[in-house]
Design a protein. Sequence first.
Length: 274
Amino acid sequence: MLLGSHLRRLREARGITREAAGYSIRASESKISRMELGRVSFKTRDVEDLLTLYGITDEAERTSLVSLAKEANVAGWWHSYSDVLPSWFPTYVGLEGAAHLIRVYEVQFVHGLLQTEAYAHAVVRRGMKGASAADVDRRVALRLERQKYLVSENAPEFHIVLDEAALRRPYGDREVMRGQLQHLIEVSERPNVRLQVMPFSFGGHSGESGAFTILSFPESDLSDVVYLEQLTSALYLDKREDVNQYEGALKQLQQDSPGPGESRDLLRGLLQLS
């Protein structure tokens, strides 16, 4: 998906149509469209031919993009969980694992990277009504596997604004919620985590459109991606004007929310009340 969006920007910068790009690799216009949306695998020869058509002659840039194409064709570890995941979510897991900065606003529940196992079970059971215990366990196992990235040697920066609603809405019993609040207090002290709470007392705020995630990548030539999850699908936005809107909303949320220290105090207060 990242490679596809990059190829699209290169094509558009040269004013080349999808039809002309398809002709250069002996393919149809619709094949170029699917490539640019990240919906098909990439042949190294096709990527090399497109880069030549788009005037990319710098060897380092060509090597980087061809290497990305090879990586894109390798199934990630999360694909073994595809039987219990909605079709659009494996793409997100892959992008999350490649990001060096993850910025989030969450309102419905605690973000998956910060959930305790007990809380995750409660959330997954609510969302997978009628699913077998084994399927619920596998979904939770994937969530816990994703969390390892947050404490790994190459852990990303994780900046999150949690709406107070997510902290007060019960998933599981009292002990589950107490354990989750305690975990948030502890994880918020990690050097790569910046956790803020948007309190009810603030009133209306810039997160009115709902939860969203902004993923940024270490490669400077890869655009940021905004992830928006819906009931039956998800949106991945990478156009600069769209990303700017969400970055602006998150920046305002961060400015309007108490800082990390004050937010920890708020969490401690909720823990005492629970």
